[in-house]
Structures are given as structure tokens and as C-alpha cells.
Design a protein. Structure first.
Length: 518
């Protein structure tokens, strides 16, 4: 026994070194942490229990290039895997894939979140002369690509978070693409199907890793990344912050956190954030900040499709998902990209019992050939599908504009099953805005006028007062639950969300699944 214990200790110490001191040093010089250092920063101190650490050691691949196990975040269990770039570059053999596959399976079995720390070029390649088959390690029952199956099984059951911490390709980007959230780090994170070398050899294009698939590209252009950070530590802090808003699985409620409200009553400043003129912009984030608990807003995809703002916060201690138009970007119009962003976020919240708060100020869908040719009909339909499919509590507040298809895209059209809709006194609703309505209905009068501009301004003012005034319209609008003082918005939202906490999530028509317009 004594000799075996000594042998065990030596074997585990060797496993802890991964590819060895030289490769660890190389990892550090590249500005990157090791697989186990990453796990240590992500999880609560001392909470990590690793499994299969000795796998692959006799083949010269300690832990088979991936650290797997279970630990705690905020005292709640999570499963985690962390690819080790010091072992065969982090490439995925079938043993490596099996460990990742089994870790996701265990997360599903235990109904706990799964967090993947990715640092891999994809499948492990061997020269045919060294025993490989066409350059690829032979498959086994659970090879590297089979992780897609448990990713899909886990979707909507447990939260799945992917952190990209190297130049990743193949399976190491497809699997994260199936998960709920993707985080990246500037300078070290890259995602692409094929890297610059293959791109150059196949199509002759010369491009850097950063320009092909760096964190900035995926945060701003493609929308693949939900957030990017300056350092690995900041990134892990971000993951931990996100986890504080999420339940462990689709059967649980989110954690309740005590709210601290130092406002001392109604917020008389919030209404001043909205300009009197509907053509003037303002920052919706400032409105959000004055409504939520403790000013704590965790925004998702802040750099992508800025015309819509989505993220997690709390109201009265309960986690909520906020979906808000942003007048500062494209006047808050709904677009192809904002539709994808909004639909994806709504479906996540609905999967995990997170109530939705919609803050509305939009002139409707962005017109023009650019949006039409990119498929605004198909992408816009994704939002309609997501909203109509959602069964979590949903409360809407119309702050200012809500014209035409904007009422569809923000889910307040009668029949779309929003639970409550409130209007501010500044709200305007209609098929089109007051200015466009006047030009449509009174074109003849305007064309005959000696002072067209003066008459137009007078008619717009009159139309806005008669037909776009939420106070006078409330007498004939059953679907607007109330016109509220902006100062009371936070109080009203907390009150009504408390009432909706016991809302039944009705069973739907039995079917395998719907066919969302992807």
C-alpha cells in the first residue's frame, strides 16, 4: 500500500503539470493561464473535485488534455471542463471528447449548469505514417464531435456557458455555438471554422487570426460572442456575475437577492430623461438604471445590434430579463440583427423561468432594400415566434413611440399574450407616426396650402393630441392596462411581477417541436 500511495502521489503530481514546466511557461509567455489556473479562478476556492486526472498518462497525454470535474459558484454546484493547451496543443482525441461528453452528461443528470473553457484547434491530427487514418485519429463510440448531442440535449434544461480562451476551430467552435452564452477575451480568443493558413491555401485570402475571428469581430460583427473582456480574470468574474442571475436548471426559480433602494419614494427624475420631441434621442440604459434594483444590469451582446438592449437585472430581488429599444442607435428601429438578438434572449429567459420586462420606444422595423434583402421578414418572424412561444410572465411599458410592426416585434399586439401593458403619458401608438399619418391622410390639404410647413406642424400637433394621446385613448383601449406616472414605474413593475410569480405555464398543443423560422 505504501508503495502504491507513493506511486499515486507521483502520478497525480505529474498530471497537475499537464504538458510540463516548459509548456506551462510558454502558455504564460503567451499571456494565457493554464487549464487548472482557469478553473481555480472560475470556481469558489477549494471547491473543485476533478475526475479522470490520470487518463492518458501512459500515452504521454496527461488528463488527455482536458481537466474535468465539479465545483461551486456562489455555493451552487456546476460542472466544468477546461482544455489544456500544454497537452497536444489542446487538440481533441476521442478520449478527450469522451471526457467532455461525459461531463456534459453528468451536468444534465444532476441538473446543474455546464461551463466549458475552450482552448483547442479541434480534432487531434496524426500523420498517416504514425498510425492515423487520413490524418485523423480513428473514431470511438464517443469521439470529439459527439459532444454536439449532449449540448443539444442540455439546451433548455441547464444553462450552458462557453468561454473561448485560445485559437479555436472545428468542434471547439461548433460546440460553443450550441451553448447559451459565449464569452471571449481580447488578444487571446479566436473562433473560426478554418484558420488563416487554410483560408490562404484554399481561396488565397491573407488574413490574421484577429481579423478573421477575434473577440472584437465576434462581439461587434457576427454576434457570436455575448461579451468580451480585457483579461481572463475579468472574463471569469463576468461568468460568475452571470451565474448569479440564473437558476440551476429549467425546473428551478432564480435566486432571490435582497434589493437595496435608496431612492426614498417615487423617482421624479426618470421622466426628464425622455425628450419632449419624439425625434430626439436619449439613452435607454439610463432609464433601465433608474428602474432596476441597485443599478445592477448585466447586459448581453452590448456591442452587437445596439438598437436593442437586452440583459439581466432584478426587480424587488427577483431576476428579470430586460428587452428595451435603444433610441440612440437607428432610432430604436427593429432590424435583422436586433431580431436575432432579441429572439435568442427571449427564448433563453423563457426556458429558465426568468420573467421579461419590455421597455418600448421604436418606430417599427427598419425600412429599405438593405434590410429586406437580408431577410428582415424571416428574421423578424423569429421574434414573433419567440414571443408567442414564451410562457413566462411578461410586462411591457411603452415609454414613447410604438408604431406599426413595432407592437408586433415588442410583443404588445393584442393576442400575443403579454400579461400587462402600461403606457407613460409620453407614449404614442399607431400604424405610423403622427407626422407620417398627416402626410398620408391630408396630402391634398397640404399641397394646396400657401404655408405648407406651418399647416403641417399644426396638423401633426393636433393629430398627436387627438389620436396619439394615451390618456384620452385609454377610454377605448382595453389592452393598455393603465397609463402610469413614470415616477411610479419601478413600483408598478415590482408589484405586478409579484402578482405574476404564481402564473401557470399552460400546457401547449402536443407536438414534437415547432419549426421556428431560422
Amino acid at each position: 500500500m505504501k508503495n502504491r500511495l507513493k506511486e499515486l502521489k507521483e502520478a497525480k503530481q505529474k498530471a497537475l503539470l499537464g504538458g510540463g514546466p516548459d509548456k506551462i511557461d510558454k502558455q504564460h509567455k503567451a499571456g494565457k493561464l493554464t487549464a487548472r489556473e482557469r478553473v481555480g479562478l472560475l470556481l469558489d476556492p477549494g471547491s473543485f473535485l476533478e475526475w479522470n486526472p490520470l487518463l492518458g498518462q501512459t500515452r504521454g497525454h496527461p488528463a488527455e488534455g482536458v481537466v474535468t470535474g465539479i465545483g461551486m459558484i456562489h455555493g451552487r454546484p456546476v460542472c466544468v471542463f477546461s482544455q489544456d493547451a500544454t497537452v497536444a496543443g489542446g487538440s481533441m482525441s476521442h478520449w478527450h471528447g469522451f471526457k467532455v461528453h461525459r461531463t456534459i452528461e453528468r451536468a444534465i443528470e444532476m441538473r446543474v449548469p455546464i461551463i466549458g473553457l475552450w482552448d483547442s484547434p479541434g480534432a487531434r491530427i496524426e500523420k498517416p505514417d504514425d498510425g492515423g487514418s487520413a490524418g485523423i485519429v480513428p473514431n470511438s463510440e464517443k469521439h470529439e464531435a459527439s459532444v454536439f448531442y449532449p449540448n443539444t440535449e442540455a439546451s433548455g434544461v441547464i444553462p450552458q456557458i462557453s468561454v473561448i480562451l485560445g485559437s479555436c476551430a472545428g468542434t471547439a467552435v461548433y460546440s460553443p455555438g450550441l451553448t447559451d452564452f459565449v464569452f471571449m477575451v481580447d488578444g487571446i480568443s479566436h473562433m473560426f471554422i478554418t484558420g488563416p493558413r487554410i483560408v490562404k491555401s484554399v481561396i488565397g485570402e491573407t488574413i490574421s487570426k484577429e481579423d478573421l475571428g477575434g473577440a472584437k469581430v465576434h462581439a461587434k460583427i457576427t454576434g457570436v460572442a455575448d461579451l468580451r473582456f480585457k483579461s481572463e480574470k475579468d472574463c471569469f468574474d463576468g461568468v460568475r456575475k452571470l451565474m448569479s442571475f440564473l437558476p440551476q436548471n429549467n425546473q428551478e426559480k432564480t435566486p432571490i437577492v435582497q434589493a437595496i433602494d435608496n431612492r426614498g419614494g417615487p423617482d421624479r427624475e426618470i421622466a426628464r430623461l425622455i425628450p419632449d420631441s419624439p425625434s430626439k434621442v436619449y439613452d435607454m440604459r439610463k432609464v433601465i438604471d433608474r428602474i432596476i434594483d441597485n443599478g445592477e444590469f448585466f447586459e448581453i451582446k452590448p456591442e452587437f445590434a445596439g438598437e436593442i438592449v437586452v440583459g439581466f437585472s432584478r426587480l424587488g430581488g427577483e431576476a428579470v430579463g430586460i428587452v428595451a429599444n435603444q433610441p440612440m442607435v437607428r432610432a430604436g428601429s427593429l432590424t435583422v440583427d436586433s431580431s436575432d438578438k432579441e429572439a435568442r434572449f427571449i427564448r433563453f429567459c423563457d426556458s429558465f423561468n426568468i420573467p421579461l420586462v419590455m421597455l418600448i420606444d421604436t418606430p417599427a422595423y427598419m425600412p429599405g432594400s438593405a434590410q429586406e434583402h437580408r431577410g428582415i421578414i424571416r428574421h423578424g418572424a423569429k421574434v414573433l415566434y419567440a414571443i408567442c412561444e414564451a410562457t413566462v410572465p411578461r410586462v411591457a411599458v411603452v415609454l414613447r413611440k410604438c408604431y406599426g410592426g413595432g407592437s408586433h416585434g415588442m410583443g404588445i399586439t393584442p393576442g400575443m399574450k403579454v400579461d400587462f401593458t402600461f403606457h407613460w403619458p409620453s407614449a404614442e401608438a399607431g400604424i405610423v407616426g403622427a407626422q407620417q399619418s398627416v402626410e398620408l391622410f391630408y396630402a391634398d390639404e397640404l399641397s394646396k396650402s400657401k404655408d405648407r410647413e406651418a399647416l403641417h406642424a399644426e396638423m401633426v400637433s393636433r393629430y398627436r393630441e387627438r389620436h396619439a394621446n394615451p390618456i384620452t385613448n385609454a377610454s377605448g383601449n382595453l389592452y393598455a392596462d393603465d397609463v402610469i406616472d413614470p415616477a411610479e414605474t419601478r413600483k408598478v413593475l415590482i408589484h405586478v411581477l409579484g402578482f405574476l410569480r404564481s402564473k401557470s405555464r399552460d400546457a401547449r398543443i402536443p407536438k414534437r417541436h415547432g419549426n421556428i423560422p431560422l
